[in-house]
Write a protein that binds this ligand. Structure first.
Ligand code: ZN
Length: 243
């Protein structure tokens, strides 16, 4: 295996996921750092497609809420409404599958987690301190996370206190060699950095590089499906703006 597709926060956006998979190297392993469901219109189809691709999935807060493993008390109103809709739409088998997802998984020299290794489900890694706390707990050289919906990379070189941070642009390749990295590919299904295109990354484990990518998809089609399924208006609107 040399190249893996790194996805996060797909959030039941099938149109975005299918578009990204068409741009990726065929047959590449798929790693997903959580929140596969929640928010979007197509939770069952997204789960089916990722299971067909034998994707490595870990649990995010939305996955556990939809599974019924955690309540929706910590969610805002729209997120809670969407999670409860998904819970009612999915089969018992799909809910059991979500409930059985590991919090942490490892592939090659990467640990996969949704929030952070300090707090796998809920922690937002937004600064160097949190990134370092995550990497310090890793049994692998590198770590991949999600949850913030913001493409980011933190780098930690042995003996140097301060971590480097990158907010990578579309097409940017970062080198991992000689330093430890915490990589967040951003969100496929609900980007929040002001760019509505799906965010994802390609990890080349042989070369030791990560290439960050953005892919335009048919946002209007996802919105049409959400409207048809009676989903909250704010969740529909935000996809146009990437917020
Ligand atoms: Zn999310």
């Amino acid at each position: 295996m040399t190249r893996a597709l790194l996805l996060s926060d797909v959030h039941a956006n099938l149109v975005a996921l299918e578009t990204v998979l068409r741009e990726a190297p065929p047959g590449a392993p798929v790693w997903v750092t959580g929140d596969t469901v929640g928010y979007g219109p197509d939770p069952a189809d997204v789960l089916a497609l990722l299971r067909e691709r034998d994707a490595a999935l870990v649990a995010g807060n939305h996955d556990l809420a939809v599974a019924g493993r955690i309540g929706v008390g910590d969610f805002n109103r729209d997120a809670a409404d969407a999670a409860l809709m998904h819970r009612s739409w999915l089969s018992a088998e799909d809910r059991d599958f979500l409930a059985s997802l590991p919090l942490v998984s490892s592939r090659d020299s990467f640990s996969l987690v949704h929030g952070s290794l300090r707090e796998p489900v809920w922690e937002y890694v937004l600064d160097r301190e949190a990134a370092r706390a995550c990497l310090e707990r890793a049994s692998t050289e590198h770590c991949c996370n999600g949850h913030t919906h913001l493409p980011t990379a933190f780098f930690w070189r042995e003996g140097i206190r301060r971590l480097d941070v990158r907010e990578p642009r579309d097409g940017e390749t970062v080198e991992l060699r000689g330093r430890r990295a915490l990589v967040n590919a951003g969100s496929v299904g609900q980007p929040r950095d002001g760019d509505p295109r799906a965010a994802w990354a390609l990890v080349d484990t042989e070369r030791g590089t990560v290439t960050f990518r953005r892919t335009r998809y048919d946002v209007a089609e996802t919105q049409r499906r959400m409207r048809a399924r009676g989903m909250p208006a704010f969740l529909i609107d935000r996809l146009s703006h990437g917020i």
